[in-house]
Design a protein around this ligand. Structure first.
Ligand SMILES: CC(C)CCC[C@@H](C)[C@H]1CC[C@H]2[C@@H]3CC=C4C[C@@H](O[C@@H]5O[C@H](CO)[C@@H](O)[C@H](O)[C@H]5O)CC[C@]4(C)[C@H]3CC[C@]12C
Length: 765
């Protein structure tokens, strides 16, 4: 069983003896964003009202995985040395039928999936992610059930006409099943996040986090809508956790399920907007038709508006021709009759002041209409706050306190992972009662250029984190030139994110990149025809380089079991999966060796030692080959079966890393081009000669066992090729190890500045 994960005084993941460990893996998987029955990907056209009428009858069973296939997927992930899975699920999957009406069959299916993950060889660490994107499927993303939008008084069937949200589904021609692809009418690449600035999503997040302050009239069943929604959301998450504990307590006891993350990518909605009559200057993302907040209120009430339109150009987003949107009499709000029916169905009783068929922001006096006059924005600064940190330190903290308390009442030892808004620092919680020693901070990182342009630009890069956090007086200063500088800039961004998080939460809180990834459909999907994934490999290598430089734990976005070249991850045209059934032939085409589903021959296990080092008390015979047996390693990073088929950009995904350091981490770098790996650590001081090694994942894919060449500052090693694990028994204090392949006379890892004081090189023969 995997060892229990502890946290060191410096906020690193470690075992009970303080040996530093790294959590590495994927988000498994994005198919949880869409129902499985009926299969409703975002490229299912909406041709009639069943999309909405039957939303309470869907089932998510079989998303993320078909139970029979689980072991094979887990073996594949373990083949990369991965030990951890971020397990997204949606509120909708648990409570689609109506408030408090849980889908226990789905919960039991989740338990089945987790149990199978746990029993696949040494299992995997799993943490749960209540996932959302732009609130829900019905507002262009994933997450919340349809009834939450009804609860706010919305009529989602009219979001298309009022442009309250942009849904991929509306861009599919029901006759052909293909995407409409006519310039301004097409669904633009990465347009879905613009929903964060549209009426539906922005209102929902404002109500969820700040309903009591900004929408006091929105009272439902005696509660402000903020408390109502947060209560239902938290209860649904806890219902799943409790069901797991009741039905399969071993999943917690055996360290399979290790924790829960707070809501994915929380968003401030309108909170903090200073002028509802303008597009905020600080908004980095402007694409397609872009109404101001006030214009979106008007459109929501069926009033025609002429709105700005933005295009992506070489220089970022630039304004094009304005465009007139005419909702043709439709409103984004439920009519009196519709709302009566909905309220009767869900047993809702609303505050009589809450008028139907009316924008709730009009109801709260933000704007008004008078007969024969143009609508007037009365309070352009209604959501304005004294400074930008108000949302994170107040509204977000209030929400987080709710889930924290419920989760801690349920369990004191599991991790709780706090996730601030994307690319922003967390709240200042030092000395707060809601920060404990089993808390982790989640960060997400996406490189703006790679994400928006879907290409790996080796010449020009952007300090995305710096840009988003307004660290530059002029955005032009965020530009970096040349691939090396771009790589270093990404590394600096991740390390700054870690530093900023620790400045807010304290150094004892580990930072975990629970999402990081790249689009694979780069360069207009060229790789799917040419099989040349070099752009994707370079982009992923840059992320790997950045992460390993600080020994950061991470979960790549994503592994999608139903990925296809045609529709990517089956959601909003995204294609972030590191694996695709459509790429299964790739491995055979590009590799000389075929994947093994069996242990490799024993003769590939080799063991070498360095010559006695200057200060060494660990002198060993110059070299020996130890017949290897089972590895004494309680990490899920080990597998005897290896299956690499279907991975894309495998060279960059498959990386050496320290599974467990007998000591603490100093530095690491994997050089993909010359296949060399350098690790620097501070070995633990132990009174006796140490018998505890540092375990390093050394993938055979890069390091052919018969050609391994290793040198280090001290100690000896045993390479177990079956498990792809190197055991390095070293001395205490500053230590390094360099691993490369034998063709070169010496290892020459960039970043290594030790070349002069190295002991004699040791090469395995
Ligand atoms: C020169 C460039 C054009 C400058 C770009 C500046 C901005 C437009 C971008 C800077 C930061 C970007 C945001 C970073 C992170 C995001 C989160 C992401 O959601 C998660 O990612 C997965 C892949 O998209 C998704 O499937 C998961 O479900 C999500 O959890 C969505 C995009 C974005 C908001 C991104 C948008 C563009 C920037 C603001």
């Amino acid at each position: 069983m995997p060892a229990k994960i502890h946290i060191s005084a410096n906020g690193e993941f470690c075992d009970e003896d303080g040996s530093v460990i790294q959590l590495r893996g994927v988000n498994l998987d994005p198919s949880v964003k869409i129902p499985a029955k009926p299969f409703l990907s975002t490229h299912a056209p909406i041709s009639d009202s069943t999309f909405f009428d039957d939303a309470d009858k869907v089932s998510f069973i079989n998303h993320p995985l078909i139970p029979e296939d689980i072991e094979q997927h887990i073996i594949r992930l373990k083949s990369l040395g991965y030990n951890t899975i971020r397990f997204p699920f949606t509120w909708e999957s648990l409570e689609h039928a109506g408030p408090g009406q849980y889908d226990f069959d789905y919960m039991d299916y989740v338990i089945e999936v987790l149990t199978k993950i746990n029993s696949a060889q040494q299992g995997m660490y799993v943490y749960l992610d209540p996932h959302q994107d732009v609130w829900s499927r019905f507002s262009g993303g994933s997450g919340a059930p349809l009834w939450t939008l009804y609860c706010a008084g919305f009529q989602p069937a009219n979001f298309l006409a009022t442009e309250a949200a942009i849904l991929h589904n509306y861009y599919i021609d029901p006759k052909t099943g293909r995407e409409v692809d006519k310039d301004e009418e097409s669904y633009l690449k990465m347009v879905w996040p613009t929903n964060y600035f549209k009426l539906a999503c922005q209102t929902m997040f404002t109500l969820f986090f700040g309903g009591k302050q900004f929408a006091p009239k929105c009272i439902i069943n005696g509660k402000n809508i903020q408390d109502y929604l947060q209560g239902k959301f938290n209860d649904a998450i806890m219902a799943l956790c409790k069901r797991i504990k009741d039905k399969a307590p071993e999943l917690f006891e055996s360290n399979c399920v290790i924790g829960l993350e707070s809501i994915n990518e929380p968003n401030c909605g309108y909170i903090g907007e200073t002028n509802l009559d303008a597009i905020p200057k600080e908004r980095d993302l402007k694409l397609g038709r872009t109404p101001t907040a006030f214009q979106s209120f008007l459109l929501g009430e069926g009033i025609e508006c002429t709105v700005d339109q933005y295009k992506k150009t070489f220089f970022g987003f630039s304004k094009g021709k304005p465009c007139t949107v005419n909702p043709k009499g439709k409103k984004a709000w439920l009519s009196a009759q519709e709302r009566d029916m909905i309220d009767a169905k869900y047993n809702w009783e609303r505050n009589p002041e809450w008028k139907p068929n009316t924008c709730i922001w009009k109801l709260h006096g933000v704007w008004e209409t008078q007969e024969n006059k143009s609508p007037v924005l009365l309070k352009p600064n209604y959501f304005s706050q004294i400074d930008e940190t108000i949302f994170i330190n107040n509204h977000f903290v209030e929400y987080y306190t709710g889930i924290y308390k419920k989760f801690r009442a349920f369990d004191k030892e599991l991790f709780i992972i706090i996730q601030p808004p994307v690319m922003k620092p967390p709240p200042n919680l030092q000395n707060s009662e809601i920060l404990d020693n089993r808390t982790i901070c989640a960060c997400h990182f996406y490189d703006g250029m790679t994400l928006m342009y879907k290409t790996w630009n080796k010449r020009i890069g952007i300090d995305t984190y710096g840009l988003v956090n307004k660290k530059y007086l002029n955005p032009a200063f965020a530009v970096v030139l040349g691939e090396n500088n771009i790589r270093k800039c990404i590394r600096k961004q991740l390390s700054e994110m870690q530093k900023d998080a620790k400045a807010m939460l304290g150094k004892k809180v580990p930072v975990f990149f629970t999402e990081i990834g790249i689009p694979f459909d780069m360069d207009d999907k060229k790789a799917y025809i040419t099989n040349d994934y070099s752009s994707q490999t370079a982009a992923l290598d840059a992320l790997g380089f950045a992460l390993e430089g600080s020994n950061l734990s991470y979960s790549l976005w994503c592994y999608c079991s139903i990925n296809s070249h045609a529709w990517g991850d089956n959601w909003n045209n995204e294609d972030f999966s590191i694996w695709s059934p459509d790429d299964k032939p790739l491995y055979h085409n590009t590799q000389s060796k075929t994947p093994t589903r069996e242990p490799s021959p024993a003769s590939t296990a080799v063991s070498v030692s360095t010559p006695k080092s200057k200060s060494s008390s660990l002198s060993q015979p110059p070299s020996f080959i130890k017949p290897h047996g089972k590895l004494e390693l309680d990490s899920p990073s080990c597998t005897l079966e290896i299956d690499l088929s279907g991975f894309r950009a495998l060279d960059a995904i498959m990386r050496p890393f320290p599974i467990k350091i007998h000591g603490t981490f100093e530095f690491a770098e994997f050089n993909l081009h010359n296949k060399s790996y350098l690790l620097k650590i501070i070995g633990k001081t132990t009174p006796e000669r140490t018998t505890v090694p540092t375990y390093i994942f050394v993938p055979r894919h890069h390091f052919t066992p018969s050609h391994l060449s290793i040198r280090s500052s001290s100690g000896h090693y045993t390479y177990n090729a079956n498990y792809q694990v190197l055991e390095w028994f070293h001395e205490s204090g500053y230590q390094f190890i360099e691993i490369c392949v034998k063709s070169r006379s010496r290892c020459s890892t960039p970043g290594s500045d030790d070349s002069n004081d190295l002991p004699a090189e040791c090469i395995i023969s």
